[in-house]
Design a protein around this ligand. Structure first.
Ligand SMILES: Cc1ncc(COP(=O)(O)O)c(C=O)c1O
Length: 484
């Protein structure tokens, strides 16, 4: 007799899955004809052991923050404390149904309320929604808030968003999806917003500006007060993309700098896992004039009870089902409480220290186009390293040394960009080793460029055809390739 571990598709229908509780007859009336299958699904005919081995093999091919330095600029991979997993796995949270009556989920609501309050304090802004589930989703929410605000004032001429050329790539996309047109503002030689170019664009067609703070060069807008004042004086609003908050958390507050909307990437700054498409959390903080437009439902406190407030007539509506990714919020809350004020300040201190330490060392070998104090990240170029050697070659060679490459070819304003963020939690030894390897690769580029052109040679796969991989990805379980 075969055990349950050996069962395959032949037995699957009666052995592994519970009996179908949807009446077969009349299902179309129940579900709608479009949702009813005409044929049974194709389920891999394989045993549990094979499936487990398949995923175990795949996870061994993976590289994550727990394997080593992951210096992706902009899309930063952060330390993921394991205690976060413990708190988020508490059955009181995981067993709660999102549709449960408020009376039975007081703990979850309290946590969401308290996290929002902590984020308000960090941002220096009076209200926060936790509903958006990604940074770009927070941006889109912010753009909807801008629109609703101007509609409520009858200022429908304000249809333009100003965007520095050093902004994160999702910013123009979010503005466009929300129905705005985008006007690019060039950077000056210091890598910050060209104030004259900004002023030249300001008029009553401008809804506002979207600033990535610090920008994608890792540089803080030193004239940020002038920028926000100029936009406000022209009747516009100021959006701050706060995905890079780790560079100033606990040291400065966006609300004090003139932000009207500020999004957090909890999955970057506040240590919740990130990558592979989520799940994330792009909490959004807003200034007073925008509070009434925030998404519903809002978690509120009435005397000593927590409740969901749907009665917000000016709201933009919901931007996600229920309350966003609650388990991600639990992890972020755990991290903030673990660190406290002092710990949060240490995050930004170390983020800036680590980035500048690496920048100063690596600029001796690679060209640093904007040579000035950076915040949490910096951008080098491989241009001029050696004839015929590209940034892609450098990145692929890093894989041969067992290191995940940094972000490449972004931001677009630097040719052959290598955008490096060491993150605040890497030790000096790790940074030194990373720098040493990049220096060794620079020497190889001059002396043995073929090592770079051929890389990676020590990875499970060689150079991939990235276009085909993106256009024709294979997501199915390869049961033919790995028979039981
Ligand atoms: C500066 C900046 N803004 C926005 C985003 C978009 O965030 P998400 O990938 O969660 O949509 C990122 C990505 O990490 C980012 O680095």
């Amino acid at each position: 007799m075969r055990t349950i571990f050996e069962r395959g598709a032949a037995e699957a229908a009666d052995g592994i899955f519970p009996a179908c509780d949807v009446p077969a007859k009349g299902a179309a009336a129940w579900l709608g004809a479009g949702l009813v299958r005409s044929k049974p699904p194709r389920i891999p005919n394989t045993s549990e052991t094979t499936v487990v081995r398949h995923y175990t093999r795949l996870c061994k091919l993976n590289y994550g923050v727990d394997d080593g330095i992951y210096p992706l600029g902009s899309c930063t991979m952060k330390y993921n404390p394991k205690v976060n997993e413990d708190t988020a796995a508490l059955p009181g949270f995981t067993d709660a149904h999102p549709g449960a009556d408020e009376r039975y989920v007081q703990g979850s609501l309290e946590l969401l309320y308290e996290l929002a309050r902590l984020l308000q304090g960090i941002a220096g802004l009076p209200a926060v929604t936790l509903q958006p589930v990604a940074g770009a989703h927070g941006e889109l929410t912010g753009m909807f808030l801008f629109r609703k605000y101007f509609e409520s004032r009858g200022e429908t001429r304000r249809t333009r968003i100003l965007l520095p050329d050093s902004a994160h790539g999702t910013n123009p996309a979010s503005a466009a999806v929300a129905g705005f047109s985008v006007t690019e503002i060039p950077s000056n030689a210091r890598g910050t917003v060209d104030l004259e170019a900004l002023r030249a664009q300001l008029n009553d067609t401008v809804a506002g500006i979207m600033l990535t703070v610090p920008n994608t060069l890792g540089i803080f807008e030193e004239n940020i007060l002038e920028v926000t004042r100029a936009v406000h004086e022209a009747g516009g609003l100021c959006y701050f993309d706060g995905a890079n908050l780790n560079s100033f958390i606990g040291r400065a507050r966006p609300g004090d700098m003139g932000a009207d909307v500020f999004h957090f990437n909890l999955h970057k700054t506040l240590s919740t896992p990130h990558g592979g498409g989520g799940p994330g959390a792009g909490a959004v903080a807003v200034s007073k004039p925008l509070v009434d437009f925030l998404p519903v439902p809002r978690v509120v406190k009435r005397r000593d009870r927590f409740a969901l407030d749907w009665d917000c007539p000016k709201s933009i509506g919901s931007v996600h089902s229920f309350f966003g990714n609650v388990l991600v919020a639990i992890k972020a809350y755990t991290y903030v409480l673990q660190l406290g004020d002092e710990g949060l300040r240490a995050v930004s201190d170390n983020a800036v220290l680590n980035a500048n330490y690496l920048q100063e060392r690596l600029k001796r070998t690679y060209v640093l186009p904007y040579d000035r104090l950076c915040k949490h990240e910096f951008v080098l170029t491989s241009e001029g390293l050696a004839k015929g050697v590209t940034t892609l070659d450098v990145a692929k060679r890093l894989i041969d040394y067992g290191i995940h490459p940094p972000t490449v070819y972004f931001p677009l304003i630097v040719h052959e960009a290598l955008m490096i963020e060491p993150t605040e939690t890497e030790s000096r030894e790790t940074l030194d080793r990373f720098a040493e390897i990049l220096e060794r690769i620079a020497a190889e580029a001059r002396e043995h460029p073929e090592l770079l052109h051929d890389a990676p040679t020590r990875a499970p796969v060689r150079r991939l055809d990235q276009t085909t991989a993106a256009r024709n990805p294979v997501f199915t379980f390869p049961f033919e390739a790995h028979p039981a």
